[in-house]
Design a protein around this ligand. Sequence first.
Ligand SMILES: [Zn+2]
Ligand SMILES: [Zn+2]
Length: 135
Amino acid sequence: MTEQVVSCPCGAAKMTVRGEALSQFYCHCGDCRRMLGGAYALEAVFRADAVSVEGATVSFALKRTPRVSCAACGTRLYADLPRLKMRGVNGTLLPGFTPAFHMHCSEALAPVRDDLPHFAKMPAAFGGEDTLVDW
Ligand SMILES: [Zn+2]
Ligand SMILES: [Zn+2]
């Protein structure tokens, strides 16, 4: 099984990610945008037990989703999705990040025009619906 070990920029937190991502995408939801201070988030979702971290972390939640970051430099490591038993790893830390779609595009501040599907909300595979926006 493939295993990737990635560090935050300061090196205080090391995250080990085992196996292949279940899903990789861009998320434009307000929760991701506000927590990251960016236009959208790069997410690589893995089974929760495939992601482990060494080093001190801090966790903040704006609504429901706890976002776990390095305690020293604040870089986000993953979003915890305990209801789904999954973790959404910060895709900017993964060299092979290859997103398959955009989601929560109806909330987007900065539309990205590319060839990927642009779901208005969460896609049906995640319990949402496959409605698309036209960008
Ligand atoms: Zn989001
Ligand atoms: Zn750090």
